[in-house]
Design a protein around this ligand. Structure first.
Ligand SMILES: Nc1ncnc2c1ncn2[C@@H]1O[C@H](COP(=O)(O)OP(=O)(O)O)[C@@H](O)[C@H]1O
Ligand SMILES: [Mg+2]
Length: 438
């Protein structure tokens, strides 16, 4: 149903190289200008200290379409967005844009701190190509949307980051954009303002505005995008529906973590045997869910297990398995679970060989996110530590019932004097979450 006229952005084999050294980048810059003057084109090869921040990226964005962009820090997402917004020039390849772009690239980018809010609105919108008359006509709506009536004549330097974000967003959405670029700016501001932003984005999308959304929030990407790109070291590592691409991204993370975990287990056991008291060593830890979710992943509200393999050369008594789970996503480093087997079930005696300790949860109570798991095997009431695995990771995904509460509450619903019709579509909770995440 999309014709040629619907094309908003065409990115064709775009690459961008940077230099890690400022001094060299000046020298190279001079060379590149000279080369451009001689019309010999840009160099596709890397010189010392240069690297590709974006490499051979191609995709198209059409009217009404929303594409999400995910990837670890430094993978080139912002560089790509800046090239599309016309702030940076690609080293190789071409970008064609049809229609007005409203870029929301970074907090207050393009704002001048010494000017007042009012002056910045005029400056910002005229740079985006809005006429003076149109700016005047929209000014009040912008100030109202940003909730900055009182502060609009104060210098921007006095604004808080939340106020800057509100002004930036208000300006961007009041330019009648055909293309909206949102680069990780939706997590600022309070919940009420984020809801307002979300609704405004939906309004623009219904009117046909296309969107590029860079976000670390899987929920937001799932709720707002039709397609998703996963950038890894400047390359497109995966693309497809948000679900497919997020899945590829997550399994990449889990694989890297698995390697990390294995390495740490080896490190731990090495130390223990050197110390000469390797009565019980942690050989391996696995996190599994009954549902097919992949290794290293639990699903909120669904059964989950942690399985620990231990190596023992002789029988050991009075063993306790201790587990500390800390939250890396919501409140970095906060302990959310602490469990110890000797309090739950009493002392464990391990037989020689490769005994297994398994802790099962009927319903995982952790909300979606990434968690650090510290596991120790201790002996006796003084908890002499026999072995520690300090930095295992488990990823918890939403299974539709997760929600954004502090934890999952196992529950049953009963309706008396009424009936229930099952909802076949997207779970209602993801809508709520998207609003919250925004
Ligand atoms: N102007 C620049 N000069 C040199 N290196 C840069 C510049 N801008 C970004 N980089 C580097 O390019 C890589 C990609 O950065 P960026 O696009 O900001 O990644 P992301 O937005 O995915 O976190 C990083 O290694 C970053 O340090
Ligand atoms: Mg970035």
């Amino acid at each position: 149903m999309t014709g040629r006229g619907d094309l908003c952005v065409a990115v064709e084999r775009v690459s961008k190289k940077f230099s890690r050294s400022l001094k060299r980048s000046f020298v190279y810059g001079a060379w590149d200008i000279a080369r451009a003057l001689l019309r010999s084109g840009e160099s596709a090869t890397l010189r010392a200290s240069e690297f590709w921040a974006v490499q051979d990226v191609s995709f198209t964005l059409r009217r009404g379409q929303s594409i999400g962009v995910i990837g670890p820090n430094g993978s080139g997402k912002t560089t790509l967005m800046r090239m599309i917004a016309g702030v940076l020039r690609p080293t190789l390849g071409a970008i064609r844009v049809q229609g007005r772009i409203a870029p929301m690239l970074a907090l207050g980018a393009g704002f001048k701190p010494v000017l007042s809010g009012r002056e910045n609105v005029f400056l910002n919108l005229s740079l985006l190509g809005v006429s003076d008359r149109d700016i005047r006509a929209r000014f009040d709506a912008i100030v109202e949307f940003a909730e900055l009536a009182e502060a609009i004549d104060a210098p921007l330097g006095t604004y808080s980051s939340g106020m800057l974000a509100r002004l930036g967003f208000a300006c961007a959405v009041h330019t009648d954009p055909q293309i909206l670029i949102v680069d990780e700016v939706l997590s600022v501001g309070d919940a009420k303002f984020r809801t307002k932003c979300r609704n405004r984005i939906n309004q623009l999308r219904k009117a046909g505005t296309a969107m590029l959304l860079v976000s670390h929030s899987a929920i937001l990407i799932q709720a707002l995008c039709d397609e998703c790109l996963y950038l890894k070291r400047g390359l497109i590592a995966a693309r497809g529906t948000p679900d497919e691409t997020l899945g590829a991204y997550e399994s990449d993370i889990v694989q890297n973590l698995a390697v990390g975990n294995a390495a740490r287990v080896a490190g731990c056991s090495g130390e223990a045997s050197e110390a000469g008291h390797s009565k019980a060593r942690i050989l391996e830890v696995r996190f599994t869910a009954r549902e097919a979710s992949g290794a290293g992943i639990w699903l909120t509200g669904k059964p989950g297990e942690m399985i620990l393999s231990v190596g023992c050369t002789s029988p050991v008594n009075d063993i306790s398995l201790n587990v500390i789970i800390t939250d890396l996503t919501h409140h970095a480093g906060e302990t959310v679970q602490f469990m110890t087997s000797h309090r739950d079930i009493g002392w464990v005696r391990l037989d020689p060989g490769r005994p297994e300790l398994r802790v099962s949860f009927p319903a995982v109570g952790l909300r979606p996110g990434t968690y650090r798991v510290k596991i120790s095997l201790s002996q006796g009431l003084m908890h002499d530590i026999l072995d520690v695995l300090d930095d295992a990771r488990v990823i918890v995904r939403d299974a539709g019932s997760g929600g954004n509460g502090l934890y999952y509450q196992p529950r049953e619903w009963t309706i008396t004097g009424g009936t229930v019709t099952e909802m076949p579509t997207v779970p209602a909770t993801s809508e709520l979450e998207a609003v919250e995440e925004l």
